[in-house]
Write a protein that binds this ligand. Structure first.
Ligand code: PLP
Length: 410
């Protein structure tokens, strides 16, 4: 008789995991306050959120904007990155990390990731530096901070800017300082799937007043600090956050620390339980990470140690046991048609940039660890980690059950 749910057996669990987004009285009260104030536009609530979120991440300044993509672009502009410059990025990330670079007419140069952390491999970063390199965008992937000590040394040695893509790492700390406050500037997203959300939204954090002013100006149609309203100094655009978004975010922020700690506790428990299951690899730890946000809980599935059963089939089996998970990015960023298409469709200036002086051929790029993780990763979303310890036990039981009944899977 079949035991696995994929074959009609009884699933390990039928109960749902927590629903996201979570909201409460704080959001309701704040939103109503904004509605009734009649001031719905870029005012007190935005300022309050900028200050509170910057403080939460240990940064001096915060400048909100419409989303994480815009925040990346604004940061690149403020750091003076432009036509023909190279910016080193990982290929295991959301597309915006690289397209923000293209949008400022610069060239994304892909450095591979470390297979054990899913973060950019700093050895490969060093190899990818050229005289044209102006910045590095490390992504604290899934919330795991990159080695910011070593990255700082590399960047310092070559006079490069660090723009942290902290779009997964609200609440993470490297040696007690928040991510996003460790490089020249750091970028966060508040899109709906994120651990703190207003549906859409973004912020740039920095300790550098000049950068903060430049980002404010760019995101606010080029206006100058304390200057007349209809005077515009740079080619900015309108990327302002609304009071309604800030009202929601202020509510969300009241729960962020407790939620982060809860996810961390459950993820640590999962690591402990999963690390000894054959064919499962949990992500590497670093004692310099003093708090960790989990946007995703990731582990690697080593097919050869599961009698060659495909990862997709394992995921299907796990889903049927009542555990939500997915495979994440199907391939490295550079394999997207945007990068790999040659000689057809629209050409993007940076890919054949007159200022760059050479054509860049993304079809020739190879980042073996990224290619590998795209085949091995299993992602569990952060809302799952807001459940209780016994719910984590269900995840362990489901994986163990599949392991013990592998012969049932074709
Ligand atoms: C790593 C990373 N960078 C940047 C972004 C872009 O953020 P947004 O969707 O708010 O533009 C995201 C969003 O998914 C992301 O995951």
């Amino acid at each position: 008789m079949a035991r696995l749910a994929i074959n009609g057996g009884k699933p390990v669990r039928k109960k749902d995991f927590p629903f996201w987004p979570i909201f409460g009285e704080e959001e309701r009260k704040n939103l109503l306050g904004v509605f009734e104030s009649g001031k719905w536009w870029y005012g007190e609530k935005v300022k309050e959120f900028e200050e509170k979120f910057a403080t939460f991440q240990d940064a001096k300044y915060g400048v909100t904007c419409t989303n994480g993509t815009a925040a990346l672009q604004a940061s690149l502009i403020a750091c003076g990155i432009g036509a023909g410059d190279e910016v080193i990025v990982p290929p295991y990330t959301f597309v915006a990390t690289a397209t923000a670079v293209l949008k400022v007419n610069a060239i994304p140069v892909f450095a591979d990731i470390d297979i054990e952390t899913a973060n950019i491999d700093l050895g490969d970063v060093k190899r990818k530096i050229t005289p044209k390199t102006k910045a590095i965008i490390p992504v604290h992937f899934a919330g795991l901070p990159c080695d910011m000590d070593l990255l700082g040394d590399i960047a310092g040695g070559h006079n490069l800017r660090i723009i942290e893509d902290a779009c997964h790492s609200w609440g993470s700390k490297w040696k007690e300082k928040g991510t996003g406050a460790l490089g020249d500037c750091g970028v966060f997203s508040f899109q709906m799937s994120k651990n703190i959300t207003s549906g859409e939204g973004g912020i740039v954090l920095t300790d550098n007043e000049e950068l903060a002013d430049a980002i404010r100006s760019y995101t606010n149609v080029g206006r100058g600090k304390d200057k007349p309203w209809y005077e515009h100094y740079i080619l900015g655009t309108n990327l302002r956050m609304t009071e309604l978004q800030a009202a929601i975010l202020l509510g969300q922020l009241t729960r962020l620390k407790a939620q982060t700690l809860k996810r961390q506790e459950n993820a640590t428990y999962l690591d402990e339980k999963l690390k000894d299951i054959p064919g499962v690899r949990v992500m590497k730890k670093d004692s310099r990470i003093t708090r960790r946000s989990y946007h995703l809980y990731i582990f690697r599935y080593i097919k050869e140690e599961w009698r060659g059963i495909e990862r997709d089939r394992f995921i299907e089996a796990l889903n049927k046991e009542g555990i939500p998970c997915n495979k994440g990015y199907p391939y490295p960023l550079y394999k997207n048609p945007l990068f790999s298409r040659k000689g057809e469709g629209p050409r993007y200036c940076p890919i054949s940039c007159p200022y760059y002086g050479k054509e860049i051929d993304y079809t020739k790029i190879s980042c073996p660890n990224t290619e590998r993780i795209c085949k091995e990763a299993i992602w569990v979303g952060h809302p799952v980690l807001l459940a209780e310890k016994e719910d984590m036990e269900d995840i362990v039981r489901a994986i163990t059950k599949i392991r013990e009944n592998l012969e049932e899977i074709k």
